[in-house]
Ligand binder design. Structure first.
Ligand SMILES: [Mg+2]
Length: 375
């Protein structure tokens, strides 16, 4: 039996060449918290946490560690339940603070994913194989069209046409930061530049209330839009999504900001979403992602996790009917850590992720890069 012996964290940050904006936020750098779980028989597993603040999440990893050290490293379900239970009151012991809930769920994500990596390494199998999948290419779309200060309104069209020229069959445009009239100009220019055969998703980063979103959806319908992602303000609920789903034929995508399977379930069963984007690396980990994927498969909702294509490809590969795609950044400039941190991982070519046959998630860390970019 492999027991959990130590848990370490490595916060990593890399600067972006230029500042990128979405409808909601802007950023100058990208960050990743690497979580390393080591077993008493010296198997090392790696989890990744993409939510922030990294230092707070790293502190929570170290506070959670004593609760799981000594547990069977292959019993990821027991470990997950033990950690998740701490977030609710325990008789005589209270619960972990409510105001740190997203960071605690991030810490659980990192530990959980490292245990899946360990499980694969202990079994000598890739994670996709543990889940019953074959090594087959997993579809990926390229995200771009971020807002850049000083760039012309339709610069996104050229950029996304560039992704298509490099092999992407589907591209996703950031939208929602400008007036609806200007957004329609960006979308029309992008559709003209990529041609009629490429799928075009729109990521709205929660820019609208319901009436404005219905107006937006009607205005973009002529451009053959594949999905509207995170269409509504953060506080709007499955009932609001259901109204939107009734008002537009464009499918809705959602889930990247959800902390657990329980809220994600309601967007699938009540909210009318047709693509689910739960992100293992933000909250709750691969174990929760797998539960979400099973629910999606039951409900006929397509599985298309947010970011981390080298990890989420293992999940999507395991659902031949409803595993649709993983997300990747169309431009290396937007994701320097993905291009620098790994000496081996799945590769992206021609709009597909190609997995290797190494055990676990099939990733190797370039520790020189990790040290150089230690945050
Ligand atoms: Mg998004």
């Amino acid at each position: 039996m492999s027991k959990i012996a130590t848990i370490n964290t490595y916060p990593i940050s890399a600067p972006l060449k230029r500042r990128y904006h979405t409808a909601h936020e802007s950023r100058d750098d990208v960050t990743l918290l690497l979580v390393e779980v080591v077993t008493d028989d010296d198997i090392k597993g790696y989890g990744q946490v993409s939510s922030t603040p990294m230092k707070d999440i790293a502190t929570w990893v170290s506070k959670l560690a004593p609760h799981v050290i000594g547990m069977n490293a292959l019993a990821h379900g027991d470990v997950w339940e033990k950690l998740f239970a701490l977030t609710s009151p325990q008789p005589g012991a209270g619960g972990l603070p409510r105001n740190a809930r997203p960071q605690i769920m991030g810490a659980i994500a990192g530990i959980d994913m490292a245990l899946w990596d360990i499980k694969g390494k202990a079994a000598g199998m890739p994670v996709y194989r543990l889940l019953g999948a074959d090594n087959k290419p997993v579809f990926t779309y390229g995200t771009g069209g971020y807002y850049v200060e000083g760039a012309k309104l339709t610069a996104c069209a050229e950029e996304l046409a560039g992704f298509v020229a490099r092999g992407y069959k589907a591209v996703k445009l950031k939208t929602g930061a400008d007036t609806i009239a200007n957004e329609v100009r960006r979308i029309a220019a992008t559709r003209a530049a990529i041609g009629p055969d490429i799928s075009l998703m729109l990521d709205m980063n929660a820019a609208y209330d319901l009436p404005a979103c219905i107006e937006f959806a009607r205005a973009v319908e002529p451009y053959n839009i594949f999905w509207l992602e995170e269409p509504l303000h953060w506080y709007l609920q499955p009932a609001d999504f259901a109204l939107l789903a009734k008002a537009t034929p464009i499918p809705l995508a959602h889930g990247e900001r959800e902390l657990t399977r329980f809220t994600t379930r309601d967007f699938m069963t009540l909210g009318g979403i047709r693509y689910v984007q739960f992100d293992s690396t933000r909250y709750a980990g691969f174990t929760e992602s797998l539960r979400v994927a099973h629910m999606a498969d039951h409900a006929g909702v397509m599985i298309t996790p947010h970011h981390a294509p080298e990890l989420h490809c293992h999940l999507v590969a395991a659902f031949p009917r409803t595993g649709f795609a993983v997300e990747s950044h169309g431009s290396p400039d937007r994701d320097p850590i993905w291009h620098g941190l790994f000496s081996d991982r799945a590769q992206i070519r021609d709009s597909y992720v190609h997995m290797n046959d190494k055990p676990g998630f099939g990733i190797e860390i370039d520790w020189n890069y990790a040290k150089k970019h230690a945050a």
